[in-house]
Design a binder for this molecule. Structure first.
Ligand SMILES: Nc1ncnc2c1ncn2[C@@H]1O[C@H](COP(=O)(O)OP(=O)(O)OP(=O)(O)O)[C@@H](O)[C@H]1O
Ligand SMILES: [Mg+2]
Length: 365
């Protein structure tokens, strides 16, 4: 996929306008606080309806105004397409080729992979951050997972309500519970398959780019037990057993105590959990390798190249690691939008940003 152009109105500090992108490397450079991250964020918002900086998208609406809009043109292997997101503080509207669609239909049309400095939280943060991230990744490339997860979350809410209101003796409860187990097992099985595939690519990328003396893997930690080699029916049975065991406790607490909402994804570097042992630079390199692996996963699932967004490339790698990343990006045939405070000395198309204004090809004064 390749983004051809973006138009934005009232997005953060950006002066309303449009940018035409180039096929491979597009660099946005300029001093601090000028709008570099905002450009990448606008692209991300246009592709996903969300911000990568904040869960409150309304923060991205330009100060002093109450609505914003983004419109982009992209092409995939087949044809040229457009996506629009209109947002006022109350609601978002999504359009595909100028036709209004639901968020479910919109999600995953244009595949984007991002790398931002804050991503290190994927290692240092809580399990729920990792779950949200990996769920989004799996769903982006696999619409069936998106639906299964949505169903599971809905059933989890219903089940919790029944537990809380002590209505587990009702006939409809057992139907809900059966569905809850069915979708829970599906979610676990798909996560397992994803982890098994991405872990291999992750290790290859890490060794190739950063350190060929170390081994990196991603493990799925399932609270139900060791499900690694299980078929879906076996996972279902285990889930059922676990619920039976915990049922009286669940009724006492008034919510579900087991299921995929309790699981975690762990990065293991040379046999040790990265969270507590990897250095800062190693953590950043692990996440970068993960993002590159996501690209490969999207290509595998969708037969399309996603667009890669990298914010603030200069600020967090030593010169060797940075060079290694830039070499890699130059060689790969994917579109990359990246930001930096200075030029990078690579074959990129450069855009200069000052006070929210974007100019193609200008030098810093
Ligand atoms: N909703 C908003 N409306 C208007 N301006 C905003 C809004 N949110 C943030 N800003 C301002 O926009 C400016 C650009 O922010 P941005 O994060 O894009 O800068 P940057 O070029 O990435 O800087 P850095 O190099 O420091 O990362 C900042 O001065 C910020 O305070
Ligand atoms: Mg920035």
């Amino acid at each position: 996929m390749e983004i051809l152009e973006i138009n934005y109105i009232n997005f953060r500090n950006l002066i309303d306008g449009n940018i035409k992108f180039f096929p491979k490397l597009n660099l946005f450079f300029g001093k601090n606080g000028q709008g570099k991250t905002s450009i990448l964020e606008a692209v991300y918002f246009n592709a996903t309806g969300k911000s990568f900086r904040t869960s409150k998208a309304s923060e991205a609406i330009k100060y002093g105004t109450n609505k914003m809009g983004v419109y982009l043109l992209y092409k995939d292997n087949i044809s040229q397409k457009s996506l629009t997101v209109k947002f006022n503080e109350n609601k978002k509207e999504y359009y595909y080729n100028n036709k209004k669609i639901s968020y479910d239909e919109f999600y995953g049309k244009l595949n984007i992979v991002t790398y931002i400095p804050e991503d290190i939280i994927l290692i240092t943060g809580s399990p729920s951050i990792r779950r949200t991230f990996f769920d989004g990744e799996i769903a982006q490339a696999n619409n069936e997972y998106f639906q299964d997860l949505k169903n599971y979350n809905k059933l989890l809410k219903i089940r919790n309500k029944y537990l809380k209101e002590e209505k587990t003796n009702t006939p409809e409860y057992s139907i809900y519970e059966e569905e809850f187990i069915k979708f829970g097992a599906k979610v676990i099985k798909k996560r397992l398959e994803y982890v098994q595939k991405i872990s291999i690519i992750l290790n290859l990328n890490y060794r190739k780019l950063f350190d060929d003396k170390k081994e990196l893997s991603l493990n799925y930690e399932c609270q139900l037990g060791n499900v690694k080699k299980m078929e879906i029916e076996e996972i279902k049975n285990l889930f059922k057993e676990k619920i039976q065991k915990n049922f009286s406790l669940e009724k006492r607490y008034g919510f579900s105590l087991c299921g995929p909402q309790k699981d975690d994804f762990l990065f293991i570097l040379n046999g040790h959990e990265a969270k507590s042992t990897a250095s800062q630079g190693e953590k950043k390199s692990i996440i970068f390798s993960l993002k590159l692996s996501e690209i490969d996963m999207v290509i595998r699932e969708k037969k399309e190249n996603p667009v890669l967004l990298i914010d603030d490339i200069s600020s967090y790698f030593d010169s060797n690691r940075k060079e290694s990343i830039l070499n890699y990006l130059e060689k790969r045939n994917i579109q990359v939008l990246l930001s930096s405070t200075g030029k990078l000395g690579i074959a990129s198309n450069d855009f200069y940003i000052e006070s929210g204004e974007v100019q193609y090809g200008r030098e810093i004064k």
